[in-house]
Design a protein around this ligand. Structure first.
Ligand code: SF4
Length: 305
């Protein structure tokens, strides 16, 4: 991270460049706190896709991971989109490919495919509808009761949605390594260390962790909860507490585990954002044949969100 004086100079430079390039910077909740300082909008996957769809500026600079920048391109294909650090991928999104999904679909026969937005565009192109953690239950409830649902790629989110909707769901065996590490013991320890705190966990956590927590929420849901409570323990990427402290300084926020850090989400630096605004980062490109089908699945989701 740049030293504080250097950091302030960079932030001022980025703000000027942003104006000059008529750019909008979208940042995920898990980004580093200094990235919040230059962002025009901070949110979770659903909020960022909705914000990207509304952008009318000349350029979208995305601070997050690849599938999110692809989502921005899919919902706003007329705007150039750059991922500030093109190396930032998502390990869970890489646990599935379009070819593997086609094979599985063939094996299962008649199924509806629900793809979590944490997937590459090629995988979304094979899906019937997309979902985020904020709307997964609503998306599944909107589907006909037959045929069965194949939910990709997060098995934990799939199990939670199955519990909440009563629908039979076939999960893909993917997972987020950040959320999959939480245990029931973590929740017990948090209750001893912070007896007055509400324990809220993300639906990417294992189902047994969700079942002992007070609430389950997407990161946008966590921000809303923070408005109402004085003390929170969050079972999600540890950086989420920075977002809560920034928004609601009176809310005491603790990560369920300090080590729950997504390496890819922390790759983007202010230098990367500056480079993206200077035009040295390649634009996100999605082949038209993939984009058209992926857009359909995303659009269906946005219509019911
Ligand atoms: S936190 Fe998990 S799901 Fe999110 S980008 Fe990192 S690996 Fe992917």
């Amino acid at each position: 991270m740049a030293e504080s004086g250097e950091q302030e100079r960079l932030i001022a430079e980025i703000r000027q460049l942003k104006q000059k390039q008529r750019a909008v910077i979208l940042a995920h909740n898990y980004q580093l706190p200094e990235i919040y300082e230059v962002a025009d909008f901070i949110g979770d996957s659903l909020e960022l896709a909705q914000a990207a769809a509304r952008v009318e500026s000349a350029l979208i600079v995305f601070c997050g991971v690849r599938f999110m920048a692809e989502n921005a391109k899919l919902v706003n294909p007329g705007r150039p989109v750059v991922l500030a650090d093109p190396k930032a991928g998502c390990q869970m999104a890489n646990m599935i490919t379009a070819e593997a999904l086609r094979r599985r679909r063939q094996e299962l026969g008649d199924v509806l495919v629900v793809a979590y937005v944490n997937t590459p565009a090629e995988v979304k192109a094979e899906a019937d509808i997309c979902c985020t953690s904020a709307n997964a239950v609503r998306v599944v409830q909107s589907l006909p009761r037959s045929p069965k649902i194949l939910f990709v790629p997060d098995r934990n989110l799939a199990r939670w949605v199955e519990q909440e909707t009563g629908r039979e769901i076939i999960p893909w065996e993917g997972f987020c390594y950040v959320h999959a590490q939480f245990t029931v013991e973590d929740v017990r320890r948090a209750r001893i260390e912070h007896p007055g705190a509400l324990v809220v966990v993300h639906p990417e956590c294992p189902l047994e962790v969700i079942q002992v927590a007070d609430r389950v929420a997407s990161t946008s849901g966590m921000v809303r909860i923070a408005r109402e409570v004085k003390e929170l323990v969050l079972g999600t990427e540890a950086g989420m507490c920075n977002r809560i402290r920034r928004e609601y300084p009176d809310c005491h926020c603790y990560p369920l585990r300090r080590t729950a850090i997504c390496r890819n989400m922390k790759l983007t630096s202010l230098d990367d954002v500056k480079a993206a605004l200077q035009g040295v980062v390649p634009e996100v490109e999605i082949p038209a044949i993939v984009a058209e089908r992926a857009q359909r699945a995303l659009k269906r989701m946005l219509e019911i969100s």
